[in-house]
Design a protein around this ligand. Structure first.
Ligand code: AMP
Length: 215
């Protein structure tokens, strides 16, 4: 098993990059945020447990997340290649992943760090719209769909994530700085960090990411 990690604050463009990489690389996209949102939508026990955390922009318990990742990795054959988006989010999760890897004969090959300032991120998050059916990501100003409220790819309805409002965005940024940003150092020490300026266009970020993965 091989994994790459997309690291970066909320709105840095991890989801958009994942969509681009999915088309050009063999990596399977695993977004813990999407898994948790699906659980909330389904009304499952997991969904009920995590809903308040998502609503407030707080992190779900590390052990729960590691359980989800372990289960997800177990569903794929030995040679699978994963692209983790939004995981790990804490040092404890990153250490947990390092412990899980030998069991699946796996390793992390690259950590793509999408670097952006809060000034970049706030307007991106507040203007973000997502397709209900295919998950494609648009932006009201930077990447508007051809027809308002409608996905260019499959005609699905576009919606605004419940946690993309200004109040929750501020607490998500704070949570990122306190709990997730220390991972840059963690993976730097392992020699895995490749930093990309996330202030660039989606095409620029994708090109930089592909170049980093070749290196
Ligand atoms: P995302 O879609 O990655 O922005 O995640 C949305 C929300 O899901 C976050 O604000 C957290 O509440 C929760 N979440 C997603 N991934 C994780 C994780 N690895 N650890 C803890 N909470 C997470």
């Amino acid at each position: 098993m091989e994994a790459i990690i997309l690291l970066g604050g909320p709105g840095a463009g991890k989801g958009t990059l994942a969509e681009g990489l999915k088309k050009q690389t063999p990596y399977m996209h695993v977004s813990t945020g999407n898994i948790l949102r699906d659980a909330v939508k389904s009304g499952s026990k997991l969904g009920q447990t995590v809903e308040p955390f998502l609503k407030n922009g707080q992190l779900v318990a590390d052990e729960l997340i590691l359980e989800i990742i372990k289960e997800r990795m177990g569903q794929e054959p030995a040679g699978a290649k994963f692209m983790f988006d939004g995981f790990p989010r804490t040092i404890h999760q990153a250490e947990g992943l390092q412990t899980l890897l030998p069991d699946v004969n796996g390793s992390v090959s690259h950590v793509l760090n999408l670097a952006a300032t809060p000034q970049d991120l706030i307007p991106r998050l507040c203007g973000r719209r997502t397709c209900k059916t295919c998950g494609a990501i648009f932006h009201m100003v930077n990447m508007p769909p051809k027809e308002e409220g409608i996905c260019d790819l499959d005609g699905g309805e576009l919606f605004q994530r419940a946690d993309d409002n200004e109040e929750t965005v501020m607490s998500r940024l704070e949570v990122y700085e306190l709990q997730t940003a220390p991972l840059i150092d963690f993976y730097e020490k392992l020699g895995l960090i490749r930093t990309i300026n996330a202030g660039g266009s989606a095409d620029y970020v994708l090109d930089q990411a592909l170049a980093a993965l070749r290196g």
